[in-house]
Design a protein around this ligand. Structure first.
Ligand SMILES: Cc1ncc(COP(=O)(O)O)c(C=O)c1O
Length: 488
C-alpha cells in the first residue's frame, strides 16, 4: 500500500499546476453537444442540473459522490468478492480496513451515507427529539434529524461566512457557542454533537484537530456523544497536514487516526471516502453499536452487507487503505486550488481559501441582480451549463428546505459547486472550466432568475422543476454565438 507523500514537484517554467500522479487506462468518451441542444436539455430537465442526462453533459462536476476514479487495486479486489448473505469474507476485509484506518472495532454497514444518518437519527433523535449542534448541516443530515422531530443548530465562527478569506479552518465549530448552548438547553436534550469533516455546503472548508479537541473536551465535560461525519475525512486530513502547524509533514495515517480517535461514532458515505459506493457507521463503544445494530436489518440488509453489493464492499476496503496515500488524496484539493487561484486572479469571486470536494463560485455576488427568491445559484448553474456543457451543483437557497410554516429559508451563501472528483479530469479540462466561468462572469448581467413549476416537499433540489422568469437564456445563447461563432 502506497503511503507516498506529495513530492513538491517544481516546473522549470515556474508555472504552478496540479500534476497528475496516475495514468489513465480506461476512458469514457465525452460529448459536447451544441448550445441549442443544451437549451433544449435544460427545458427537458426543468432547469435543474439534476434533471440532465449525461449524454448532454460535457464535464460532469455535479458531485464527487460515487464518481471518483477507482484504482486498479480496487477493481481487482471486486473480482474476489465473496457473495454470501451472512458471514461474507468481503465484509470481514472491510471490517479489518475500518479497524486499521479509522481505528474502530465495531462496524455497521449501510447502503450509503444518508442511510447512516437515518440510523443515527432513528436511534438517538426519534425517542425524544432534541437539538443536534453541528459545525454546519448537510442536506440529508438535516432532513433526517428534522424528520424524527429534532432540530439542528449550526455553530461556526463568523469567518466561516466570509466568502473570501484566508482563515485556514473555516469549518471549525464555535466552541464558546457550543458550551453556551449545552448550558441553555441541557446535555440531556442533545442526542449528539455532529462534526462534519470539510463542511460540504459552505465551500468544503475543513476544521482543525485543535478545534476537534476542544469540542471533545466539551463533549466529555457534559457527557454528550460526539459523532464525526467522515465522508470527506481524507481531504480534511490533507488540509490539516498542509495548514495546521502541529501536523506539518505528518502522515495521513496519523492525522486520520487522530481525528477518528476523538469521535465516539464515525460514519461516512463510501461514495466519497473510499471512492466506491456504500456507507458505514463505526465505533469502539459496544453499547452504541448494540443500540444501532437492530436497525440495520430493518432498513438496510443483513449485518454483513447492509444493502451494499459485496463487490463494492471489497472496493471500500481497498479504498480505505488508499486514503493513507497523500499522492492520491491531494489530486482533488490541488486541482480545486488551481481553479480557485486562477479564477480569483481573473477577478471572479470564489470561496477562499480553496476547500475540498469542489471549487465554489460565489454566485450570490455574481448574480447580485437576481433576488434570492429567484434562486441565483440555481440560475447560475443553468447558465453555466448552457454556455459550456459543464454541470455544477446549486448550493444555495434552492438546496434549503422551507421552515415549518412553509416560508423560504434563504441560504447563508449562494454558491455553485464545481466538484472535482478524484483523478477524473485532466488539466486541459480544468482550463476549459476556468475559461467558460470567466466568460460567464464577464456576461453575468445576462443571467436572470428561475421559479418553480414543481416543488417537491422534501429535498426539493433533487427533483424540483423550474423555468426562467424571462427570456434570459435566449439572450445568453445570442451572446455566446457572437463571441464564439460556431464553437461548441
Ligand atoms: C458530508 C456528507 N455527509 C453525508 C452525505 C450523504 O451521503 P450519501 O450521498 O452517500 O447518501 C454526503 C453526500 O454528499 C456528504 O457530503
Amino acid at each position: 500500500m502506497s503511503t507516498e507523500k506529495t513530492a513538491k514537484i517544481k516546473f522549470y517554467s515556474g508555472e504552478e499546476i496540479p500534476l497528475e500522479l496516475h495514468k489513465v487506462r480506461i476512458v469514457q468518451k465525452l460529448h459536447l453537444v451544441p448550445i441549442e441542444r443544451r437549451l433544449e436539455a435544460l427545458r427537458e430537465g426543468g432547469f435543474n442540473t439534476y434533471g440532465l442526462n449525461t449524454t448532454d453533459v460535457f464535464l460532469d462536476m455535479l458531485t464527487d459522490s460515487g464518481v471518483n476514479a477507482m484504482s486498479d487495486n480496487q477493481l481487482a479486489a471486486m473480482m474476489r468478492a465473496d457473495d454470501a448473505y451472512a458471514g461474507s469474507q468481503s465484509f470481514l476485509r472491510m471490517k479489518q480496513a475500518v479497524k486499521d484506518v479509522l481505528g474502530k472495532e465495531y462496524l455497521l454497514p449501510a447502503h450509503q451515507g444518508r442511510a447512516c444518518e437515518n440510523i443515527l437519527a432513528y436511534t438517538y433523535v426519534k425517542p425524544k427529539g432534541g437539538i443536534v449542534p453541528t459545525n454546519y448541516h448537510f442536506t440529508t443530515t438535516l432532513a433526517h434529524i428534522t424528520e424524527y422531530g429534532g432540530k439542528i443548530v449550526e455553530l461556526l465562527y463568523p469567518e466561516a461566512f466570509q466568502i473570501a478569506s484566508s482563515q485556514p479552518f473555516k469549518g471549525n465549530m464555535n466552541v464558546e457557542e457550543l458550551e453556551a448552548l449545552v448550558k441553555e438547553v441541557g446535555a440531556g436534550n442533545i442526542p449528539f454533537i455532529r462534526l462534519e469533516a470539510s463542511t460540504n455546503l459552505i465551500g468544503g472548508q475543513p476544521f482543525s484537530i485543535a478545534n476537534m479537541r476542544q469540542v471533545r473536551a466539551i463533549a466529555d465535560k457534559y457527557e454528550i456523544r460526539l459523532v464525526l461525519d467522515a465522508s470527506l475525512l481524507g481531504e480534511n486530513a490533507y488540509l490539516i497536514i498542509k495548514r495546521e502547524e502541529e501536523f506539518k509533514g505528518a502522515s495521513m495515517e496519523r492525522v486520520i487516526k487522530e481525528m477518528t480517535n476523538l469521535a465516539d461514532i464515525v460514519y461516512f458515505s463510501a461514495r466519497k471516502l473510499s471512492s466506491a459506493r456504500g456507507g458505514a457507521i463505526c465505533t469502539n463503544k459496544r453499547d452504541e453499536y448494540l443500540a444501532m445494530e437492530p436497525i440495520i436489518p430493518l432498513f438496510e440488509g443483513f449485518l454483513t452487507y447492509g444493502g451494499m453489493s459485496v463487490r463494492e464492499i471489497e472496493a471500500i476496503a481497498v479504498g480505505l487503505y488508499e486514503t493513507w496515500d497523500e499522492s492520491m488524496i491531494c489530486q482533488s484539493p490541488d486541482s480545486i486550488a488551481y481553479i480557485v487561484n486562477e479564477l480569483t486572479k481573473m477577478g471572479v469571486p470564489m470561496v477562499t481559501p480553496p476547500g475540498v470536494l469542489g471549487a465554489h463560485v460565489d454566485t450570490g455576488a455574481i448574480c447580485s441582480h437576481v433576488p434570492q427568491s429567484q434562486y441565483p445559484a440555481a440560475s447560475y448553474a443553468a447558465a453555466l451549463y448552457l454556455i459550456s456543457g459543464i454541470r455544477g451543483m446549486e448550493r444555495g437557497s434552492l438546496s434549503n428546505q422551507r421552515d415549518e410554516n412553509g416560508n423560504e429559508t434563504y441560504a447563508d451563501m449562494e454558491l455553485l459547486r464545481l466538484a472535482v472528483p478524484r483523478r477524473v479530469f485532466t488539466l486541459s479540462q480544468l482550463k476549459y472550466v476556468i475559461d467558460r466561468v470567466k466568460w460567464l462572469y464577464d456576461n453575468r448581467k445576462l443571467i436572470g432568475g428561475l421559479r418553480f413549476t414543481y416543488e417537491p416537499p422534501v429535498l426539493r433540489f433533487f427533483m424540483g422543476r423550474l423555468e426562467p422568469t424571462s427570456d434570459w437564456c435566449e439572450k445568453l445563447v445570442k451572446q455566446f454565438h457572437k463571441d464564439f461563432g460556431d464553437s461548441l
